[in-house]
Design a binder for this molecule. Structure first.
Ligand SMILES: Cc1cc2nc3c(=O)[nH]c(=O)nc-3n(C[C@H](O)[C@H](O)[C@H](O)COP(=O)(O)OP(=O)(O)OC[C@H]3O[C@@H](n4cnc5c(N)ncnc54)[C@H](O)[C@@H]3O)c2cc1C
Length: 240
């Protein structure tokens, strides 16, 4: 973004924007001082109907079809000076301040999805019969469900702790990263294990466990990948 009189002129693009096709107003992060790295980023509140604001085609994904993901393009997009959110060049700090809240939200989402997957799996395995008994009677099924329940309860306890600390304004970036890492990795593992218990039906779109499985996969990727979460946690543990 380059200042031009009473306006800012913005050029660039961003891939992967959740609800990008439907957006009317966006918070845009742009470089306002290219010599300063992260300390040269500012935030702008931008109306998507302005000339120079272009929405790309929706990106086709393997899951999460209920929301769109789009690419946005900014071609000599002019916004008024008062579109600047907060102070110039403080954008990265503002983003960092809000990341723990986003990770907490993803943790809640992961735990909710795990509960849903467990519930429909418990229903299925207690009804479906194979070789004269229900799937639920096989020791493998019982042990799998028990292990998943135990891991889910521990994750729920940590989520509650994070929620309580967030309300006090005390939740740290490391805590939020631990929650995001463990809850989303559990969601991927749990939906994978639950789908297995459905046998062939689990692979069909008729049974919602397949949707739980495909919707889960991106959770360890967006809002900071699991690898980046580990970097953040390691920094707290070992320093830079
Ligand atoms: C469906 C969807 C919706 C999204 N919505 C939004 C949105 O609304 N807004 C938004 O801003 N972004 C959004 N994103 C972007 C998302 O946050 C990024 O895709 C994600 O952070 C990973 O970045 P990347 O794709 O550039 O992967 P890369 O950074 O290219 O990573 C590729 C691989 O390298 C690993 N890697 C990268 N750096 C390191 C490192 N230092 N150490 C070890 N491993 C490393 C990663 O963990 C990963 O495994 C969305 C993405 C998807 C798929």
């Amino acid at each position: 973004a380059v200042r031009d009189g009473d306006e800012w002129v913005i050029n660039g693009s961003k891939t992967f924007i959740t609800n990008g096709l439907h957006c009317g107003l966006i918070v845009l992060a742009a470089k306002t001082d290219t010599s300063k790295g992260a300390k040269g980023i500012s935030l702008f509140l931008v109306d998507s109907s302005l000339p120079g604001f272009k929405k790309g085609k929706g990106i086709k994904k393997m899951g999460q079809h209920s929301n769109d993901t789009a690419e946005l393009f900014f071609d000599n997009l002019r916004v008024p000076a008062n579109a600047l959110l907060g102070e110039e060049n403080k954008g990265f700090i503002y983003l960092m301040q809000e990341l723990p809240r986003e990770r907490l939200g993803l943790g809640s989402q992961a735990v909710g999805a795990c509960e849903g997957a467990m519930a429909i799996t418990a229903d299925y395995v207690t009804q479906r019969k194979a070789f004269g008994s229900t799937i639920a009677q096989f020791q493998n099924t019982r042990f799998k469900m028990a292990e998943l329940r135990a891991q889910l309860e521990l994750t729920k306890a940590y989520l509650k702790q994070c929620e309580a600390r967030f309300k006090l304004g005390a939740m740290t970036t490391e805590e939020a990263s631990i929650l995001k890492l463990m809850s989303t990795e559990l969601q991927v593992k749990l939906t994978h294990e639950c789908l297995q218990l459905f046998g062939g039906y689990g692979y069909t779109e008729e049974y919602p466990i397949s949707r739980f499985f495909t919707d889960a996969r991106v959770q360890t990727i967006y809002a900071g990948t699991s690898e980046i979460m580990k970097e953040v946690i390691a920094r707290g543990e070992l320093g830079r």
